[in-house]
Design a protein around this ligand. Structure first.
Ligand SMILES: [Zn+2]
Length: 375
């Protein structure tokens, strides 16, 4: 049913449109053209103005077939890529893999998802498959902290549930969980003094911060919680007792209570240590994206699993260690599973994907839409 040559050709065309994060203007225009040429209605939000990025988030809506009563579902992929993503020259190698010429990424993250969406729409139309309303939500700035999804206009999202097409692994994988991430800024105050003349009058912020870090639980906390100090900055000359240190850290957990406990432990370590030294410190935390966790028997996981089975593959669920737009959509209250698209070595110049997997993904998207109209 899938026209493999056609979806691969489309994929190659899409990756040749430069679209590094913040420069989504050209790819956005091209996607508007392609989705509207297939008869979909295009809407945009105001994410470009809100983020300063090159385009808005796109909402392409496939209207329900006449007489079909089905839940509105959605699929999401992002239109931006990481660097180096300028001048991508894709090629199909003899082993069936699509690759770049080795000087850039390939862009299968996430244009494999986009090509699969467009092919799925054609398959529904060509084969007269009855379907409900489907929203294709194409975000900007996913690769730079989910910037587009975080600025997304929730009022344009009508879907009851859906799938992101943006996970590692073979095409039968379903990411059913991913941790929340919190960014943490720690300020440690000391008191400066001459390091040789009167060090006893000083309080070394470097010593306070170091001691505080040594008292923090860090690294892998448990199977669903991690924490890391990523940056330690402070001090000037060796003859000055350092009066200020700033730290940047993160904590992640699939479990919201565990995430809060981890942040509290880090705060306690830094505040108590500062008090021991007779100084002060503070910790600010901000949630970058929320976690999600879908039970295997939830509607969204069941829908994806049934579709995977219907195309002759065996579904397998797994927990992801990183965040994606799926975290944001789940946080907006729309249950979203993140489907594996088959790409490998993403964010490197060795990125690759099997041509067969893009075709399979198109088949899978078609099956999810087809089955959702039969439920
Ligand atoms: Zn991606």
């Amino acid at each position: 049913m899938v026209h493999k040559d056609r979806v691969v050709q489309e994929f190659m065309e899409l990756v040749q449109i430069d679209s590094e994060s913040r420069n989504e203007g050209a790819i956005s225009q091209e996607l508007k053209n392609r989705f509207s040429a297939l008869g979909l209605e295009i809407e945009e939000d105001d994410a470009a103005a809100a983020t300063g990025y090159g385009a808005n988030n796109l909402f392409a809506t496939l209207k329900a077939s006449p007489g079909v009563e089905a839940p509105v579902i959605f699929f999401t992929s992002h239109m931006d890529t990481v660097k180096p993503g300028i001048g991508i020259k894709p090629r199909l190698d003899d082993d069936g893999y699509l690759r770049s010429d080795g000087t850039t990424i390939l862009g299968s993250d996430d244009k494999a998802g986009l090509a699969a969406m467009l092919e799925a729409i054609r398959l529904l139309q060509e084969n007269g498959i009855p379907h409900g309303e489907v929203q294709f939500v194409i975000t900007i700035g996913e690769e730079t902290g989910l910037a587009g999804a975080r600025a997304l206009d929730r009022s344009k999202l009508r879907a009851e549930y859906g799938c992101a097409l943006d996970s590692n692994g073979p095409v039968w994988g379903i990411a059913v969980a991913a941790p929340a991430q919190t960014k943490i800024f720690i300020h440690v105050n000391g008191r400066s003094a001459h390091a040789g003349v009167n060090p006893e009058d000083g309080i070394s912020a470097i010593q306070v911060a170091s001691k505080a870090i040594s008292r923090m639980p860090l690294g892998r906390i448990d199977h669903e919680t991690t924490a890391n100090i990523g940056r330690f900055e402070g001090g000037s000359a060796t003859n000055v007792v350092c009066d200020y240190v700033s730290l940047e850290a993160e904590a992640r957990s699939i479990d919201g209570a565990k995430l809060q406990a981890q942040i509290a432990a880090m705060r306690q370590a830094v505040e108590a240590t500062a008090a021991d030294y007779g100084t002060t410190a503070s910790l600010e935390d901000s949630l970058i994206y929320p976690s999600y966790l879908h039970a295997d028997d939830s509607a969204v996981v069941q829908a994806a699993a049934a579709a995977i089975r219907s195309i002759g593959l065996s579904p397998s669920t797994f927990r992801s260690g990183g965040g994606s737009d799926a975290n944001i959509f789940n946080g907006l209250g729309v249950p979203t599973a993140n489907l594996a698209v088959g790409y490998e070595h993403i964010h490197t110049t060795k990125e690759q994907i099997k041509a067969d997997d893009i075709a399979k993904l198109a088949e899978l998207v078609t099956a999810i839409i087809r089955l959702s109209a039969q439920a």
